[in-house]
Design a protein around this ligand. Structure first.
Ligand code: G3P
Ligand code: MG
Length: 375
């Protein structure tokens, strides 16, 4: 397939390959679209080549993020072709038809704490996913302002908070069954304090300390006592936006929490589960989304089976997430994930710590390289 075909007519040909596009640093730089991004996706649309968006960003509904992309790139996209950092979390919600992303975890009933993102969006997303009860750090702060005395409890915060559900604990304490980080936390201090409290609690009961650990565990070994599971939506230490240098991401928050946890527990390693790129479970989930999109299209409008998908070109700007993930994922479908590293975001040049199949300037060059390669 050549980029100079001025056919203008949409090919009906099926292709044994498709694309997965990272967003930040590839298609968008903060709020700005790269000038070549639209042309790259138009070229694929013209040749009927399928693609999805696979981002470690999130904190909003899938349809909201894909609408933002459509608006910035002036092209139509569907919520069925995007995977946000927390999209796989929905598989843990009791009513979800999808199998749990991690079978050993299963479905998570009861109340979950959702952290990160702005306004109250992450709560709305988690409720939409089907979790029974969702609480946020603002709910805890308004209920107990001295929980983190450095936060401001103003009317904006009060408007976004909701009363905590009635507890079922021995003295009416609320039990938290899991903690999810949906997006970059906005108040690291409050969120770290909340997480540490719950991980030191007795079985996730808010405001308790496990009798195994006592009130002050500093310097003492930590004992597990049925505390809630902690999930991170991604591990990005750095990401790229309009600022001229890479910014700290959710992975940096995780490192900060790990340091506090080590000190508070006398050396215990933080137990947590991290999804997002580069973790294989996320690529397996994304492969399912891509296959569904390729074979079913918008709301299952398409029928018939496409030819087998042999290759997915993963176009990303971060070797530690996009390229490491493509290189590390071994598809059960036998699909080869080909890492294409662009220089338009976090990576700017030099020997990347995870070796891509190709290094190119930007997303258009990545698409052209792949189409040439596919012939
Ligand atoms: O929060 C966004 C950042 O972690 C990276 O997003 O699209 O480059 O995977 P993306
Ligand atoms: Mg990126």
């Amino acid at each position: 397939i050549r980029d100079d075909q001025k056919d203008g007519v949409k090919e009906k040909k099926d292709h044994p390959f498709a694309f997965a596009f990272d967003i930040d640093g590839v298609l968008l730089l903060g709020q700005q679209a790269y000038p070549t991004a639209r042309r790259a996706l138009e070229l694929l649309n013209r040749h009927n080549v399928h693609y999805i968006f696979l981002t470690n960003g999130g904190g909003k509904f899938e349809h909201e993020r894909v609408s933002q992309l459509s608006e910035k790139l002036s092209l139509p996209f569907s919520p069925a072709q995007i995977v946000l950092s927390h999209t796989p979390f929905r598989t843990f919600a009791p009513p979800s038809p999808f199998p749990p992303l991690l079978p050993e975890i299963g479905k998570i009933p009861g109340t979950v704490l959702v952290l990160g993102g702005s306004a109250d969006k992450a709560r709305s997303v988690a409720l939409h996913y089907g979790f029974d009860n969702v609480v946020t750090s603002k709910d805890f702060l308004v209920a107990s302002p001295t929980l983190w005395p450095f936060a401001t409890v103003n009317n904006d915060v009060r408007k976004l908070a909701k009363p905590l559900p009635t507890g079922t604990g021995p003295s009416g304490e609320l039990q938290i069954n899991a903690i999810f980080i949906y997006n970059d936390p906005r108040d690291w201090g409050l969120d770290i304090q909340l997480i540490v409290d719950l991980l030191l609690s007795h079985r996730g009961y808010v405001g308790t300390r496990s009798p195994l650990n006592g009130v002050s565990t500093a310097g003492r070994a930590f004992q597990n006592d049925g505390q809630p599971t902690l999930f991170f939506g991604c591990d990005d230490l750095l990401w790229a936006n309009e600022y001229h240098l890479p910014r700290l991401g959710q992975g940096a928050f995780k490192k900060a929490l790990e340091g506090v946890w080590r000190e508070v527990t006398g050396g215990a390693e933080l137990q947590s589960i991290t999804i997002g790129k580069p973790f294989p479970e996320t690529y397996k989930f994304a492969e399912g989304v891509l296959s569904h999109w390729r074979n079913k299209g918008e709301e299952g409008t398409m029928t018939g089976k496409r030819e087998e998908l042999k290759r997915v070109y993963m176009v990303g700007d971060n070797p530690a997430s996009d390229i490491a993930g493509a290189n590390g994922y071994k598809s059960e479908e036998g699909t080869e994930w080909v890492g294409c590293l662009v220089k338009s975001g976090v990576y700017k040049g030099g020997e990347p710590e995870h070796v891509p199949r190709v290094v190119v300037e930007d997303v258009l060059e990545a698409v052209r390289w792949a189409l040439e390669r596919e012939g």
